[in-house]
Design a protein around this ligand. Sequence first.
Ligand SMILES: Nc1ncnc2c1ncn2[C@@H]1O[C@H](COP(=O)(O)OP(=O)(O)OP(=O)(O)O)[C@@H](O)[C@H]1O
Ligand SMILES: [Mg+2]
Length: 404
Amino acid sequence: MVVDFSNQQGTQQMSELSVVIVAQDSEQRAVLQVLVDGTSVARTVHTCATFPIGATDPVVRRIQSANPDVVLVDIPSDNVGLALRAIELIHQELPKPALFAIGAMSQAQVIVNAMRSGAREFIERPTTTTDLLEAFVRLTTAQRKVTREGQQRGKIYTVVNAKGGSGATTCAVNLALALQAAHGGVALVDIAPLGHTALHMNLKPLFNVADAIRNLHRLDSSLLESFMTRHERGLQLLAGTNTPGPVEPSTAEFARLFDMLAAQFSYVVVDASTRMDATTRLVCNLSETVLLVASTDVASLWSAARVQQFLGENSGRERVMLVLNRFRKIAGFSESDAEAAAGVKLLWKIPNQYFAVSTAIDRGIPLMNQNHTEIARSFTALAHRLTENDVDVKRRAWSLFKTV
Ligand SMILES: Nc1ncnc2c1ncn2[C@@H]1O[C@H](COP(=O)(O)OP(=O)(O)OP(=O)(O)O)[C@@H](O)[C@H]1O
Ligand SMILES: [Mg+2]
């Protein structure tokens, strides 16, 4: 399947990538082509059945004339050397395309050698559309950072639960409000299986994330904003679904939606709560930091380890950080015990204040509205911690200082 976007101009923030596939095995070539085209953000423009063996090899010229953004090279387990040589050769001869190697994850040395030869990504075989989509999105994001200098793209922070009811929504809502108070330009996006963020803020949204996805083909910044609901403090909410049930795993569409959100807002906070699917994995992969919310009990920390494994399948491990909610000191159980049990580095601890939190939710008046409390101060400090190294935040603080 080859997807043609030519008649959908103005809707594709993320322009389509052209891809050349180099794979000896005909079945693998066909599979990769279906997977690439299935991402909806890339299109196969040429396939090669042989590896180039020298700079003057006609295969190199054929790849060059296809003018690809990405070359996928399949590393067959019985012909690793030839495939690695091909990667090196293409890297030397064609500086423009990014090289993605596809191979078995079990051979660490092959991965290292592929990267040394010039591969930018190493993608596991059997490959999925999500794996490819994530690699394509990473490439586009990195390229955009280089080409659009000075025009900063927003950062995405995703909040996920280790276990249902751990406090992801409380954390996402109050972190978003804290970021909004400190910097402005914040969006809160609710992708939870059943969206609770609007209730937490006593908002009555007319539209939700499903409307934005449905209208993606004609979505521009003003239409996107019209689907969002403004909180009195300026935070823009893209509300979650109010009909429980299985959610369509439409990861390519979510990639485009978040691409647009990051272009428009300084910070995007995502409440994924207990949604564990390809969409959550993709959004986590696009995130600066994933806040994995857990309590300090055995079941929560065990679950945190499982969730982190699920999210970390594609190189995202260091992005995922632990947030201990309802934190209180337990004799004989240290913070490093919690880190070890979850296998995730501790980012933050949120105090245990059942009365304050449940009243805030029931009344729809978020904790951040009472900013003198200990728990509100904790979210303010968390927002500060997450943004302290941001260049534009620093620059803004400096210019503020100059004008005072
Ligand atoms: N820091 C806290 N101290 C005490 N209680 C808390 C704290 N944070 C959350 N809670 C309690 O936990 C409950 C669940 O909170 P919240 O809705 O934020 O969780 P969630 O993880 O998003 O849930 P779900 O799995 O339904 O998405 C709330 O009713 C609240 O009272
Ligand atoms: Mg929730």
